[in-house]
Design a protein around this ligand. Structure first.
Ligand SMILES: [Zn+2]
Length: 604
């Protein structure tokens, strides 16, 4: 039984910096992909001849909630055009994917799992009454084909089987029919069991395997959470067991894992694929909703406020395939990629560097996060993540005004036509908590809210600290924000056309060439925090909302052998080669080139 239920997109509207971030996304690539990218514009899903598999469903999974969150009529019209075209292709027996009947047995049904998940998101936004029956028929057809042995799970569908449960749960809630449970069992039985793969996670490898694939793994973390109830199984927090192993051998400072694109070990100069960032966020949103365990919400915040914004340009027109925690340059490498199974351009910013999956899939990151600040159950509402927004729930309105995570003050204005319980999740790092100006114990707060108007003011302090990282390195963190030494850079633009796909400003490729020093270590722990206010772009490198000045010295760090633009995993020497200087560190999410994990000088 889920601890919390999600609200629908229409019940939570973004405000403040979050709304601005979603507007930037709509003004950037997300809002234009269907006009410029052949795999969306001319997809087989809408009667064209381009990719007819995961790209349209991936894009819609983010574009649909974005359109409804911003109540943008033109975007909503585009949503309807795509949905109508997809629905029109559904066959009499329920099959919905764009593939010939004779090819069904060789069509990887990952696309079917994905489109049904996306249709559930669309229903949540639009209330379009056609959708439950469309998913019902598609899944009943899936059931018939799997049960008869005409098709089976293979490829991505086998490794992402749990994604089907988003739509299976949606169906069961509405139809309560036994075949849905039977289908759930067949899918799990044919799906891959990641508990059998953990040995392969202990060492980075150059062999590309689905069992060590970073996107599969981050999706998988929610598998027990989304499937156990329908399968009639006990919940065992298996996600925590698996996450602990992944973190021990592949963890990053931003609560994710290295994977470029298979798991890549504990090196801050290795990559993390963008798809994995948004999938891990989605997994943690579900893990928090199902378990109510604060650890998932805390990790979700760190991913969302750091890893997601850092790997897109601040205008959200271009992105990287992989980001590095210590990223001193985004330049094509001359010899071979510093990654295991990605090419030498995977860390460039562009339209589809390395491969186009992230171009389609990154779109879900902010919109899904933006429906997660409030959740509910019975007569209780929880504020799970402190994001500026307004909730409208059947006669209850809660407006949360805040610049969190950049500033730790929250103002809640509540108007309600009934009594209810209101819980506010207080992050474990909060200090000196005050509630309406009075000191309070730093733990989750519960208010018995009475009918009428209620105002609540929350404030707390956060202290910068050096977080232990592997390899004798440390990362500066304050609350959910990581701080990095920003490296100024020159942008080198490249416009070209390849395989019918045009790269043109503002969706051209960019190389970022460093112009300032990056070879630093921490020379002390006297940190000075400055709040600058949030500018036009919340995650701007030129105007970061908050900075921390730290005493630092230069050291001889050096590049990885054979590379001129990738830093070594650890510095060559930690002997200072400069005087101590105050360096302004800024949020990781604002810093496109950066050093994040660095040694503390004079400390082993
Ligand atoms: Zn991807």
């Amino acid at each position: 039984m889920n601890k919390w239920k999600f609200y629908t997109t229409n019940e939570i509207k973004p405000e403040g910096w979050l709304r601005r971030q979603l507007e930037i996304q709509a003004e950037g690539l997300s809002g234009h992909l269907h006009k410029i990218w052949p795999d969306i514009r001319d997809s087989k899903w809408v009667g064209g001849n381009r990719e007819g598999w995961e790209r349209v469903p991936y894009w819609l999974d983010g574009f649909v909630p974005l359109a409804y969150q911003l109540e943008d009529d033109e975007m909503i019209a585009t949503v309807k055009k795509y949905i109508d075209a997809i629905l029109a292709q559904q066959q009499n027996d329920g099959w919905i994917c764009p593939c010939k009947n004779s090819k069904r047995a060789t069509y990887d049904t990952w696309a079917l799992q994905l489109i049904c998940k996306t249709l559930a998101v669309y229903y949540d936004c639009s209330g379009d009454e056609r959708i439950p029956a469309v998913i019902y028929r598609a899944m009943q057809n899936y059931y018939a084909l799997l049960k008869s042995g005409e098709i089976k799970l293979f490829g991505w569908a086998k490794y992402r089987w749990f994604e089907t449960f988003i739509s299976l749960n949606f169906l069961y809630e509405r139809y309560k029919e036994e075949w849905i449970k039977d289908l759930a069992k067949i899918i799990k039985a044919q799906g891959f069991d990641y508990n059998t793969a953990t040995k392969d996670w202990e060492k980075p490898s150059h062999v590309w395997l689905r069992r060590t694939h970073i996107v599969n793994i981050t999706m998988m973390l929610k598998s027990e959470a989304v499937s156990h109830e329908l399968l009639g199984e006990e919940y065992t927090d298996n996600a925590e067991k698996l996450r602990t192993i992944l973190d021990k051998f592949n963890g990053t400072a931003f609560e994710g894992f290295t994977g470029d694109e298979v798991l890549s070990g504990l090196d801050p100069a290795r990559g993390t694929e963008l798809c994995s960032v948004v999938e891990q966020m989605f997994s943690y949103e579900h893990l928090f909703a199902v378990t109510g365990d604060n650890k998932w919400a805390e990790r979700l915040e760190v991913l969302a406020f750091n890893a997601l914004p850092a790997t897109l340009t601040e205008d959200m027109w271009t992105h990287q395939y992989v980001q590095m925690v210590n990223q001193v340059a985004c330049q094509r490498t001359m010899i071979m990629a510093p990654f295991s199974t990605n090419g030498p351009e995977a860390h460039l910013f562009g339209l589809e560097p390395n491969f186009g999956c992230c171009t389609a899939n990154f779109n879900q990151g902010w919109p899904k996060f933006a429906i997660s600040p409030f959740m509910h159950k019975d007569n209780t509402i929880i504020n799970a993540v402190m994001l500026p927004c307004v909730l409208n729930d059947n006669g209850i309105t809660i407006r949360l005004e805040t610049d969190y995570p950049f500033k730790n003050t929250m103002h809640y204005s509540i108007e309600s036509d009934k009594d209810f319980d209101f819980v506010i999740r207080i992050p474990s790092f909060a200090q000196n908590l005050t509630v309406n100006g009075e000191n309070a114990e730093s733990k989750d707060l519960t208010f018995a809210v009475k009918q009428g108007k209620t105002e609540i003011d929350i404030a707390f302090a956060t202290t910068p600290y050096l977080k232990d990282r592997p390899n004798g390195l440390f990362a500066l963190q304050m609350g959910s924000l990581l701080f990095s030494v920003p490296i100024e850079y020159e942008k080198k633009m490249r416009e070209y056309k390849l395989l019918g796909v045009e790269r043109k400003f503002p969706y051209c490729d960019y190389q970022f060439i460093p112009k300032t020093e990056w070879n630093y270590g921490f020379a002390g722990t006297e940190f000075e925090v400055t709040f600058n206010g949030i500018g036009k772009y919340p995650f701007s490198q030129a105007e970061p909302p908050v900075t921390i000045t730290a005493p630092m010295q230069q050291i001889e760090w050096g590049h990885k052998p054979a590379y001129k633009t990738v830093c070594r995993k650890t510095p060559k020497s930690t002997t200072p080669i400069s005087e101590v200087t105050g360096i302004k560190l800024q949020p990781y999410g604002c810093s496109r080139l950066r050093m994040t994990e660095m040694p503390v000088l004079g400390k082993k």
